[in-house]
Design a protein around this ligand. Structure first.
Ligand code: NAD
Length: 295
């Protein structure tokens, strides 16, 4: 098969390269960033000059793009996937979107005879690289079964959650929980710092005790090293939490904890940290208390 991959950044790049490494499919890539493209063409992919050129020649078109607006532009806009892919080609979106966007894009694709799976992913760049990323899929069973071998070629766990919209729903709920854990971890680590406890010993306790979560582990690793270059940008995390809060409102579920985390992210973005890693929310505590959690 010929696979087209649009958006080969922090997440799309390693997932695309795993398809190249682990399958015999021919892979074509498109991205606005030439450096991101090169990492894939160096491994054997060819590159297209536009979304339209890529979509015209592929059996499956995959996207991993930053925001719902960009996903809609690239799929339903002029020169986009719906306009150019052949009927019968399959579209798979790995980006984190709202369920409403996934449904809108699906309608546009359906009108052109293009079956779609929404397939957001979780596990961060390290698991995207080692091919153990979790994929939560919304879409019809037939398309899911047909595309399962391709999805498994870059994932450790593929879960068919339900119809279109349910993949995004699972993803937003998961991320809301992860961001709450990460924010609590930032607060906990600042308490440890203020208490004067050996932070590595505190870390050993938490990693083996009930406070452990992947949100904690990621926060501690990045804060201790002071490494905040983005593997998952704060701007993207803020987008995800905004979508999760909208979903909670749509469902009539009163948010108590997640809106507090949203305020923390807003403070961090107000400090100019939107382009840094999402773990940089700890800098709000560090700025307030004038000390850093490094160890
Ligand atoms: P990223 O910014 O690193 O990568 C996005 C890529 O899309 C970039 O290379 C960019 O140049 C490209 N791009 C943007 N607009 C484009 C366009 N119009 N046409 C072609 N290419 C375009 O972002 P990322 O961290 O890889 O995230 C991608 C998606 O995955 C997002 O929806 C994000 O929420 C989600 N996600 C990210 C993580 C993570 O840990 N980074 C984890 C799970 C899910």
């Amino acid at each position: 098969m010929k696979i087209g991959f649009i958006g080969v950044g922090n997440m799309g790049g390693p997932m695309c390269r795993n398809i190249i490494r682990n399958t015999n499919h021919e892979v074509v890539v498109f991205d606005l960033n030439p450096a991101a493209l090169k990492e894939c063409t160096d491994l054997g992919a060819s590159s297209a000059l536009s979304v339209a050129e890529l979509a015209k020649g592929c059996d499956v078109v995959i996207t991993s793009l930053p925001t719902p607006r960009i996903v809609e532009d690239v799929t339903l806009g002029t020169g986009g996937v719906a306009e150019n892919a052949r009927p019968g080609a399959v579209f798979i979106d790995l980006s984190t979107n709202s369920p409403a966007t996934a449904k809108r894009v699906n309608e546009g694709m359906k009108a052109k005879g293009i079956p779609m799976l929404e397939a957001p992913v979780s596990g961060g760049t390290s698991r995207a690289k080692d091919g153990t990323i979790v994929i939560m899929v919304g879409g019809d069973s037939q398309t899911f079964e047909q595309q399962l071998p391709l999805l498994k070629s870059f994932s450790g766990e593929v879960v068919h959650v339900g119809d279109i919209g349910m993949g995004s729903t699972a993803k937003l709920i998961n991320n809301m929980l992860a961001f709450c854990n990460a924010a609590a971890a930032a607060e906990a680590l600042m308490m440890g710092k203020r208490a004067g406890i050996d932070l590595h010993k505190l870390d050993s306790v938490i990693r083996n005790a009930s406070g452990m979560s992947s949100g904690y582990a990621n926060m501690a690793t990045k804060a201790f090293k002071g490494e905040f270059q983005p593997t998952f940008a704060l701007d993207l995390a803020h987008k995800d939490l905004r979508l999760a809060l909208e979903l909670a409102d749509d469902l009539g579920v009163p948010g108590l904890i997640a809106p507090q985390v949203m305020s923390l992210m807003r403070m961090a973005r107000g400090m100019g940290l939107g382009g840094q890693d999402s773990s940089s929310v700890i800098k709000v505590y560090e700025a307030a208390l004038k000390e850093e959690v490094r160890a």
